[in-house]
Design a binder for this molecule. Structure first.
Ligand code: FAD
Length: 379
């Protein structure tokens, strides 16, 4: 009998396990159908930003940034966190208005962020074409970390404290008895626990269906392309986001990585690389960053975003099923929010929930109550 079972060994599940163990609860097991970090976590860009529109997301990011800053001290492993900033570009009047509102709220909450001119943006990243840019925002304490190092850091530290991790163990059923969770069935047998947390990333909806729970998490394919080596962009440059198109890039090793959302992507678990989409990205990308025209592409990869209808995570209890917790639907923010989200779920499981930050905007019930507030800074 375990105190807690965590379904999914991505960055969220491993952070929850780490925080549970740190709070003294080590009788915990992570059940992972494949290998630790093999889901969306291992396919992500590692971006960490505090530049959101919703207060709850800004607060999750602020707490997580503080954790990433002391990741090594906490876990004994490096996160390779590079605080080179996030530079976000606005190209329409509506976006400028949105950016202004975001900055007011972010500054009020204590984020070191500022609204800057297109010329200022070019000073930060001289290779940019800013002809159509109306305004920009820059936050120097944003940045990026290495997803593999972070997920392995959480997992190894949790294991060191006594947490068990079972890989190649697919959860195929979740049993309840008189309205509370009882056990989880896997290819390796049954596991009993007082608490079960669904942290199955883009696969959280099918896991929810095992207890007749509708979890509105939709899988959407996202790409990352890797360029040939180039030293034209400084190694300490920020992660750039062209807000209108969703095109982003940053330095990675000797070259660059970049991607862009595809508004026509339908729900699917497919993660094969769609090379034709590279043509679409390049149309926008080479206009914003003309030097891309001369760079070869050496690799492409695709992973799954776990999107919800309002682009916010689902974090908290399930009133209908006692002992069941949800930590999923991070809508492309899961890596950056993993430290804070892991701590919040661990506190909930141990009955030590803190009233701040207020997590009610992330409750599952918001969908039934039609009380969703869409996160406007969705990339
Ligand atoms: C291209 C791309 C770029 C991204 N960039 C960023 C970024 O810059 N910053 C950011 O914060 N986020 C980013 N994201 C999003 C980020 O990857 C996710 O939000 C985050 O990894 C979610 O972590 P997770 O642990 O919830 O999911 P996952 O990492 O997917 O982990 C869930 C795990 O559950 C396992 N699982 C599923 N079903 C079962 C089952 N039945 N039984 C047992 N195990 C199961 C899976 O195998 C998986 O390992 C990006 C995503 C993509 C695809």
């Amino acid at each position: 009998m375990y105190e807690a079972i965590i379904i999914g060994g991505g960055v969220i599940g491993c952070s929850i396990a780490y925080h549970l163990a740190k709070m003294g609860c080590t009788n915990v097991i992570i059940l992972e159908k494949d290998a630790i970090g093999s889901g969306s976590t291992g396919k992500c860009a590692g971006g960490i930003r505090q530049q959101f529109a919703a207060e709850v997301n800004i607060k999750l990011s602020m707490e997580s940034v503080k954790f990433f800053e002391r990741f090594e001290e906490e876990t004994g492993y490096t996160a390779d966190f590079r605080q080179y900033g996030y530079l976000m570009l606005a190209t329409t009047k509506d976006e400028v208005k949105q950016f202004k509102e975001n900055v007011v709220l972010q500054q009020k909450l204590g984020v070191d962020v500022r609204l800057i001119s297109p010329q200022d943006a070019r000073e930060i990243l001289p290779q940019l074409n800013v002809k159509d840019v109306l305004s920009a925002t820059f936050c120097p304490t944003d940045g990026y970390a290495d997803p593999y190092s972070v997920v392995q850091g959480f997992a190894s530290a949790a294991k060191r404290m006594g947490v068990k991790i079972l890989e190649q163990a697919e959860v195929v059923g979740v049993k309840t008895k008189t309205g509370r969770v009882q056990c989880v069935t896997t290819s390796d047998g049954e596991f009993f626990a007082d608490a079960v947390c669904i942290a199955a990333g883009a696969y959280s909806a099918p896991v929810g269906a095992m207890v007749q729970l509708d979890i509105p998490v939709h899988p959407h394919k996202r790409h990352i392309f890797v360029t040939a080596p180039s030293n034209e962009i400084d190694k300490r440059s920020p992660l750039l986001v062209d807000f209108h198109t969703g095109f982003w890039f940053r330095r990675e090793g000797p070259g660059l990585i970049f991607g862009m959302r595809n508004p026509n992507e339908s729900d699917s678990y497919d993660t094969s690389v769609d090379w034709s989409f590279l043509q679409t990205i390049c149309k926008f990308a080479t206009r914003r960053l003309p030097l891309l025209l001369d760079l070869g592409i050496v690799r492409g990869q695709a992973g799954l975003h776990e999107d919800t209808p309002d682009a916010n995570a689902i974090l908290g209890i399930v009133p209908e099923v006692e002992g069941l917790y949800l930590a999923c639907g991070f809508s492309g923010h899961g890596f950056m929010h993993s430290p804070a989200a892991g701590k919040i779920i661990a506190q909930l499981i141990l009955g030590k929930a803190s009233p701040s930050p207020d997590m009610s905007p992330l409750a599952l019930q918001r969908f039934q109550q039609k009380a969703c507030q869409v996160e406007k800074v969705f990339i």
